[in-house]
Design a protein around this ligand. Structure first.
Ligand code: FES
Length: 81
């Protein structure tokens, strides 16, 4: 799925930029151009940054809570090791 239509940049590419150290919408724009044309995708870029920031906390919480792990397993999700 495209995160930025103007530059044909996928969400996966945005995840890669975040993993490589981009932590703001501006840094993502500097690295790959996403968000630097029409700006429609900037809010989505922010959401992807926030999701990446919260992911370790969510995974830690799920690992610490057996009932959450059971719920995740029922939903067919796996927790990162
Ligand atoms: S959709 Fe990303 S700048 Fe236009």
């Amino acid at each position: 799925m495209y995160a930025c239509v103007c530059f044909s940049i996928t969400e996966e590419e945005i995840h890669d930029e975040i993993s490589a150290g981009a932590s703001t919408e501006e840094e993502i724009g500097e690295r790959c151009g996403a968000g630097t044309s029409c700006g429609t995708c900037v809010e989505r870029l922010g959401c992807l940054i926030e999701e990446a920031r919260l992911r370790p906390c969510v995974e830690q919480t799920l690992r610490a809570c057996p009932s959450a792990c059971d719920a995740a397993a029922r939903a067919g999700e796996t927790l990162a090791a």
